[in-house]
Design a protein around this ligand. Structure first.
Ligand code: ATP
Ligand code: ATP
Ligand code: MG
Ligand code: MG
Ligand code: MG
Length: 288
């Protein structure tokens, strides 16, 4: 195989390593999911089956790729964060992006029937595109994730109001769109409450916050005793777990042991705030 007269064509390949020591985010997004959601009759504004399927596919991707530290998903998109020290595929962009996209797509199709029972898939099959972005600082990475979660909130408030006007208010799509043009968040909250008795704050967290996929590691006690508890599951952990952040004093062997423990940890999907400091303070291993 080596040294055939054709081998020179390899020189046409472009090297595409991503910068060292930067957080790598691979974001995938469903192709033409507006149409796909109509084809399979997704409930509007939020089809729970579709979200659960996205989350299951994302959790499987994280299981297969231990270099991923955290993932965040909303609608037909998912962002996968590779640790800044990741050396998978020598950090080659095309390898990383295509591996995430194809692994995610495989699981999405494979798991489809568990979430959409008696709704068989047919061509064109669901597909996803993907891109990689490098973030040089922890701050940039947090801002990226905050950007996606804020986007989730803005879109969900809009969609919830838009579909309430249509499904409960009997409006047409054009009329509903016109009604919402130029409105602020407070106006939408007011429309939902005064016209439809819907308190947006009481909408399910999974729709308001999106989905955060992390390894189920031990939580660090918040510094102040006043910190809010995110969920009942967390409350249990909080009381039983000792304080154990990844301290700078850990030896290399200890650090390696911690890394292995993380890799083995169960993967969980939660619908919580990742914008505030508290999420990161209680999980110092995420950015360590
Ligand atoms: P593109 O190929 O450019 O991404 P798209 O049709 O996928 O086009 P997006 O901006 O990605 O457009 O939006 C995804 C669309 O998929 C949403 O607007 C919504 O209509 C639909 N969708 C995704 N997930 C759900 C869900 N869980 N429930 C209902 N609708 C959903
Ligand atoms: P990488 O992840 O780096 O691509 P790889 O194990 O996939 O590693 P490749 O260089 O892509 O390595 O080689 C693919 C290998 O898959 C072949 O060496 C062969 O062992 C196996 N393989 C692929 N197709 C077939 C097939 N049809 N029958 C038998 N073996 C196959
Ligand atoms: Mg899309
Ligand atoms: Mg999208
Ligand atoms: Mg191969």
């Amino acid at each position: 195989m080596a040294n055939s007269k054709y081998e020179y064509v390899r020189n046409f390949e472009q090297p595409d390593p991503l910068l060292p020591n930067t957080w790598l985010v691979v974001r995938i997004d469903g192709r033409g999911f507006h149409k796909l959601s109509a084809k399979y009759g997704f409930e509007k504004p939020n089809d729970r089956r579709a979200i659960d399927l996205m989350n299951a596919a994302a959790a499987s991707v994280m299981k297969d790729l231990p270099d991923i530290v955290i993932a965040y998903g909303v609608s037909d998109e998912y962002s996968f964060v590779f640790h800044k020290s990741c050396t998978l595929f020598e950090r080659r962009e095309s390898k990383l992006v295509t591996t995430v996209v194809s692994t995610f797509t495989s699981y999405y199709v494979h798991l489809w029937s568990s979430y959409f029972t008696n709704v068989p898939l047919s061509a064109p099959m669901p597909s996803f595109d993907g891109r990689a972005v490098m973030y040089p600082t922890d701050h940039n990475l947090r801002d990226y994730l905050s950007w996606r979660q804020v986007d989730c909130h803005i879109n969900n408030l809009y969609n919830t109001t838009f579909w309430a006007l249509i499904l409960l208010g009997g409006m047409g799509a054009t009329e509903a769109e016109k009604e919402l043009m130029g409105t602020y968040s407070s106006d939408k909250n007011e429309i939902l409450f005064s016209r439809f008795k819907i308190n947006y704050n009481n909408e399910p967290e999974i729709y308001k916050k999106g989905s955060v996929v992390i390894r189920d590691y031990e939580l660090v006690e918040p510094k102040k005793s006043t910190a809010a508890v995110d969920s009942p599951g967390m409350a249990e952990q909080e009381s039983s777990d000792a304080e154990r952040g990844i301290s700078a004093q850990l030896s290399k062997t200890q650090q390696e042991k911690e890394r292995k423990r993380r890799e083995k940890a169960r993967i969980t999907v939660q619908h919580i705030d990742i914008i505030k400091d508290e999420f990161w303070q209680r999980r110092p291993w995420l950015l360590s």
